[in-house]
Design a protein around this ligand. Structure first.
Ligand code: EPZ
Length: 417
């Protein structure tokens, strides 16, 4: 299995342009089966989750061509509504096919979706919402069959602002008669990107980015040319990598509006951060300061997807940082690996108390999931000596050429099989 070999202690310096957002392009690719024409999607990241979604679309009968950073999806030949088990299991994003297949075919046959092991990750909110739209759901032989003779609009109240459930209802509602209103919808920017993609195909969706989204059922949609938004989580990861190594970074391609929480926190930790015409500029202090209590929350709160990376850079800060993880119930798995490197962390339920040390030791560590793995890379960049990060297939699900990008910024990092 491939590994990253890192020799830490070097400051990151230079400029970096983020790739397209993983959590935007995946629902958009699922949505592309709602068009009766070609969708030309640009700016997508070359990551394994995109490759998996391409395989799923091809397996459903779509034609997917990629060249020079441009993806063309033609779903006219789609002839199937069942997603193979092995492909379903590879990632959480396969769950978006439920809504898209229901809208297109009136049926979806899936097994339980995969994804990072950061919690139970049920789909009860998806099921409760789709049932209100006339979908019958039954489990048989390890599969879940979603079927609707007549998908109809509904007033949906989400018990929790679930990103996936919001997106799934948006997709299913495209094939429903009448209007669907989602209350307590998730407000993540990736949902706005999905709305913008669908509206560019002729849909009539309003309100994404707020807690109330109104979708008018309308199919088929026409084709489009669409550029995916920049990845705000990749942006935060690189800003934190520069902050943790005492470096300086000009970050391009990310919308500063979507990084407000991260920027505020890094300023509080002692960094100088400025929004310039070119992007977001960060200069780190020699040593970061502990920030007291940090709580993850649905957007626009501090993103749970940056919690592990922030925890990693706080291990060498001056002072204490307490992290409260409120979104996933099991997202501290990476911390035992940080402790192996010398971090002083005490975990109690959803709280992790991090007492800043002078340094981390390079060690052999294992990535438990995508963002936890990214956190271990940041720790390796900060650590003294050699760090080997195993199981990097988790990391490469969501970061395109991470080792190459960090090497370009001055890191001593290599990818070895
Ligand atoms: C999306 O996951 C993202 N993944 C996650 O990013 C991100 O962490 C998460 O939203 C929160 O922002 C993609 O977009 C592909 P949720 P999702 O439904 O949709 C519970 C990454 O690293 N819940 O908002 O699965 C759930 O267990 C990944 O890029 C239910 O209880 O997140 C969790 O505790 C990790 N029942 C909370 O809600 C449900 O039916 C938030 O989940 C659905 C969710």
């Amino acid at each position: 299995m491939a590994e990253y070999i890192i020799h830490g202690g070097r400051k990151l310096q230079g400029e970096f342009t983020v790739h397209g957002a993983k959590n935007a392009v995946l629902p958009i690719m699922a949505a592309s089966i709602l068009t009766c024409d070609e969708s030309v999607i640009s700016g997508y990241p070359e990551i394994s989750d995109v490759a998996s979604m391409k395989e799923i679309l091809a397996d459903l009968g779509c034609r997917v061509k990629c060249a020079g950073g441009i993806m063309i999806v033609d779903s006219r030949g789609m002839a199937c509504c069942e997603v193979p088990d092995d492909l379903m299991k590879r990632m959480r994003s396969s769950v978006f096919l439920i809504g898209a297949l229901l809208a297109r075919c009136g049926m979806a046959v899936i097994s339980r979706p995969g994804g990072c092991s950061i919690g139970k990750r049920p789909i009860d909110l998806h099921i409760k919402a789709l049932t209100q739209m006339g979908v019958r759901i039954e489990e048989r032989d390890g599969q879940i069959v979603f079927a609707a003779e007549r998908l109809h609009g509904a007033d949906i109240y989400l018990d929790y602002p679930s990103v996936g459930a919001t997106e799934n209802v948006m997709l299913a509602a495209m094939g429903a008669s009448g209007e669907t209103v989602i209350h307590n919808a998730a407000k993540e920017p990736e949902i706005t990107d999905l709305q913008n993609y669908l509206n560019s195909c002729g849909a009539d969706i309003r309100g994404a980015g707020t807690s109330r989204i109104v979708i008018r059922g309308k199919l088929p949609l026409h084709g489009t040319c669409y550029r995916v938004m920049g990845d705000r989580i990749e942006a935060g990861t690189f800003l934190m990598a520069a902050a943790g190594t005492g470096g300086e970074l000009l970050l391009k391609g990310a919308d500063p509006r979507y990084a407000k929480c991260c920027i505020r926190l890094l300023r509080f930790a002692g960094c100088t951060v400025k929004k310039t015409d070119e992007g977001i500029w960060l200069k780190a202090p020699e040593r970061l300061y502990g920030t007291g209590t940090v709580k993850t929350a649905p957007y626009p709160g501090f993103p749970t997807d940056l919690q592990p990376q922030f925890a990693a850079i706080m291990t060498c800060a001056e002072g204490t940082t307490t992290i409260e993880e409120t979104v996933f119930e099991n997202r501290f798995g990476f911390m035992k690996e940080l402790v192996k490197m010398g971090a002083d962390i005490e975990i109690s339920g959803r709280f992790a108390i991090i007492k800043g040390n002078d340094f981390l030791y390079g060690k052999r560590v294992s990535a438990p999931d995508l963002r936890g793995g990214a956190a271990l890379v940041l720790a390796g960049l900060m650590g003294s000596g050699r760090t080997v990060v195993e199981n990097i297939e988790h990391i490469e699900r969501g970061y395109s050429g991470l080792h190459r990008e960090l090497w370009m910024l001055g890191a001593d990092i290599d990818r070895c099989i």
